[in-house]
Design a protein around this ligand. Structure first.
Ligand code: FES
Ligand SMILES: [Fe+2]
Length: 369
């Protein structure tokens, strides 16, 4: 007898675009960098939604984001330097641009500034230790920055390195991965999942426009990392994982262990941050960090070791385990000669749900435009 994977919904052939990303949701905030990544006097180059962008700090400390392409001969402005406390001087012929994108100095000839000498600029906000850009034409709405208050006012020793990687795949394939908690038992076997967690039930809830995928494994041995979080832990505990997607592309995970039957908040673990920024349709900038909660370890050296260990483990999981599979998926989907029709398993409820919400938002945005 052969067993078939459980299928509860059969889709129809989907154009590649739908599987690996259609248009971007523009009227939203996207993380361009961690705040620490933009030092005074430095220009950081990014590509966000196919737009080359140069980021730098003005004299007052605020971050400016302007188009990274000089309108004269198209040299990247990020190759230039910050001058006069708030302007970028192009490396090639010295035109100077302010944070609004206006050319404010032409050192040549009669020094007139041609009317077309300007570049685009984007609204910037610094919040939760990150630099966010509003990419759409609608007025920037500060209330729409996703809630990462967990990063504010927390001792550095309980926060892991604010890290980032680039994944050569569409951002939606990465959201699919993060909202599918079942993959940890396979792709991250031994480090993020173990035999006790394979069978545990996955729940999916919608909270406003957020999607929350949860997994609660009761009566399991505490996985290695969490065993270290909890000196003299009981032999069997409950392990909880709750991943929240916030449109368009950030996620907040709360995971840890607690006494069997107790409320998760009474336990110990970490809140993990995932911020995805589409660079292009097939490339994503991924910022991540984690913050411990319910800290039970008092030894400074142990806390420093754990800080390092969580950071390394997560970077390894994303860069060495998730990224190769997701990048290969992108290549396989793109190479398919015909449209593909994915089968849907029970583990896909979270990904299906967020995609429905995101597609509605995309449609609403297109309607407005
Ligand atoms: S290319 Fe920038 S000033 Fe000429
Ligand atoms: Fe993963």
């Amino acid at each position: 007898m052969t067993t078939q994977p459980q299928q509860f919904e059969q889709g129809h052939g989907k154009p590649h675009q739908e599987l690996i990303g259609g248009p971007y949701l523009r009227n939203a905030w996207y993380v361009a960098a961690w705040s620490d990544d933009i030092a005074d006097g430095q220009i950081v180059a990014r590509t966000i939604m196919d737009q080359p962008i140069a980021l730098y700090r003005r004299a007052d400390g605020s971050v400016a984001a302007i188009e990274d392409r000089c309108p004269h001969r198209f040299a990247p402005l990020s190759m230039g330097k910050v001058v006069g406390g708030g302007r970028i001087q192009c490396a090639y012929h010295g035109l100077e641009f302010d944070g609004s994108g206006a050319c404010v100095r032409n050192p040549h000839g009669a020094k007139n500034i041609p009317s077309r000498a300007r570049v685009k600029s984007w609204p910037v906000i610094e919040k939760h230790k990150a630099v966010w850009l509003w990419m759409g034409a609608a007025p920037a709405d500060e209330t729409k920055v996703p809630d990462f208050a967990v990063l504010d006012n927390v001792p550095e020793i309980y926060t892991t390195k604010r890290d980032s990687i680039t994944i050569r795949a569409n951002y939606q394939l990465i959201i699919d991965n993060l909202l599918d908690l079942s993959h940890t038992s396979y792709l991250h076997e031994g480090i993020l999942g173990n035999a006790d967690t394979v069978e545990s039930e996955i729940t999916v809830e919608q909270d406003g426009d957020d999607v929350v995928v949860g997994r609660h494994a009761t009566n399991s041995a505490p996985p290695g990392m969490f065993a270290q979080f909890w000196p003299n832990h009981p032999p069997r505990v409950d392990k909880f994982t709750r991943m929240r997607w916030m449109a368009p592309s950030t996620l907040r995970l709360v995971t840890g262990v607690c006494k069997m039957g107790a409320a998760p908040e009474s336990g110990t673990g970490y809140t993990a941050i995932h911020m995805l920024t589409p660079e292009t349709a097939r490339s994503t900038l991924y910022h991540f960090t984690a913050v411990r909660f319910g800290v039970m370890t008092t030894d400074d050296q142990l806390n420093r070791d754990l800080q390092e260990k969580i950071a390394k483990m997560r970077r390894f999981a994303f860069a060495e385990q998730d990224a190769p599979v997701i990048e290969a998926q992108q290549r396989v989907i793109e190479a398919a000669p015909t449209s593909l029709d994915p089968i849907i398993l029970a583990v896909d409820v979270g990904p299906v749900r967020y995609k429905r919400i995101l597609n509605k938002m995309l449609e609403a945005e297109a309607g407005r435009a």
